[in-house]
Design a protein around this ligand. Structure first.
Ligand code: SF4
Length: 378
């Protein structure tokens, strides 16, 4: 990176107040920020020269002081079912991924918030890498910016695109990393996703998935309450302590109380509980009954996730029949319960999977295998 680049401002990382402040420092009027925001996040331009309703002098000042770029793409792969995955270079040998999932009525992008993850969930390929660093707001937003831009450049056909809307209609922070562990960079990104002068998504169409950082769930409730998903994976504390170690700090009673508080402000009237199905670990009908009893007072839906194997992991995917039996228990107890379709299997489009293959920079996988063996033994 040249010295000039190092001191330049990555514009994709500035939410509306930050962009106004930045323009004020440049000696420009605040409404310029709204104009530029629309060029950046709605027309996806990457060069101020294209911002034709700005005076030439303003465009020149922008070009001299700011950069407009997503992280560099290392790999861009499309699966037979249309699922597309980008692997981004975020420097120092680190890579993060975004996954685009096309459906008839929406286009969803799953984005990453950290390179690696410190939370060390036993079944997770990202956790296996250890924590490398938080992504900046520009790197988080850049994933959405790039996906929209690439899909438009490739001539995506979708009814809402023909009506002038962007290809990506839904965003889930469910890729690599724990978004609430990178709160200060994630919240400005969420604000840009919701901003009418940027991506203009409704709060219902933006979902943040957390493993359960209780104080940060409460902060998010005040600051920017988007739809909430919780990586639950167990219906009792001893099992969750092993699968999701952050549970030792914020056990289930605290987590579920935070969910109830969050629902006061949430854009949806339910929380989504994600539950990865691990053969012989958490997938019996007894586990399902225990889970139903645990969350009986929480308006919620369940999303059962067939676990996606990755090299060196000691878990197995639950057999389909057991997943369906588990689902039936929850449905019979009145919970809407879906089983996640496995999409993009031929490009490893599961959480953390491709980047996990690209690099394995720590010895954490050895600890993970030992922990997983202990878990499976129970
Ligand atoms: S499941 Fe989520 S929180 Fe847990 S290690 Fe993986 S990325 Fe981190």
């Amino acid at each position: 990176m040249s010295r000039a680049t190092a001191t330049m401002t990555p514009l994709l990382g500035l939410d509306a107040p930050a962009l106004e402040r930045w323009f004020a420092e440049l000696g420009e009027k605040p409404f310029r920020a709204r104009q530029v925001s629309r060029w950046l996040h709605q027309r996806f331009v990457d060069d101020p020269v294209h911002m034709t309703d700005l005076a030439r002098s303003a465009r020149e000042r922008l070009a001299a002081a700011a950069t407009i770029a997503a992280p560099a793409v290392i790999r861009d792969t499309t699966a037979a079912d249309g699922t597309r995955k980008w692997l981004f270079d975020v420097g120092a040998g680190n890579a993060v991924e975004s996954v685009y999932i096309p459906e008839d009525d929406r286009g969803t992008l799953c984005i990453s918030s950290q390179a690696g993850c410190a939370l060390d969930c036993a079944f997770c390929s990202t956790g296996r890498q250890g924590f490398n660093r938080n992504l900046t707001t520009a790197e988080i937003v850049g994933q959405l910016w790039h996906a929209n831009r690439a899909l438009l450049a490739d001539g995506i056909r979708a009814p809402w695109v023909e009506q002038g809307r962007a290809p990506i209609t839904n965003v889930v922070l469910m890729g690599m990393g724990e978004p609430l562990a990178n709160y200060d960079n994630v919240v400005p990104a969420l604000r840009l996703f919701l901003d009418d002068n940027a991506y203009g998504l409704s709060r219902r169409r933006v979902t943040l998935s957390t493993s359960g950082l209780v104080p940060a769930i409460d902060r998010l409730r005040e600051a920017c309450p988007v739809a909430l998903a919780i990586s639950l994976h167990a219906g009792n504390d001893p099992l969750r302590d092993r699968l999701v170690p952050i549970n030792r700090k914020y056990p289930l009673a605290q987590l579920l109380a935070a969910c109830l508080r969050y629902l006061d402000r949430a854009p949806r009237d339910f929380v989504t509980f994600e539950y990865v199905m691990l053969d012989g670990v958490n997938d019996t009908t007894d586990h399902a009954h225990e889970l139903a009893a645990l969350v009986r007072d929480i308006p919620c839906k369940f999303n059962l996730i067939p676990w996606n194997p990755f090299p060196g992991a000691a878990f197995r995917t639950s057999p389909r029949a057991r997943i369906l039996a588990f689902q039936k228990v929850l449905m019979d107890r009145g919970f809407v319960t879906t089983v996640r379709k496995t999409r993009g299997d031929d490009i490893d489009a599961a959480c953390g999977q491709l980047a996990g293959r690209v690099q394995d920079r720590t010895k954490r996988h050895i600890r993970m295998r030992v922990a997983a063996a202990a878990t499976t033994a129970h």
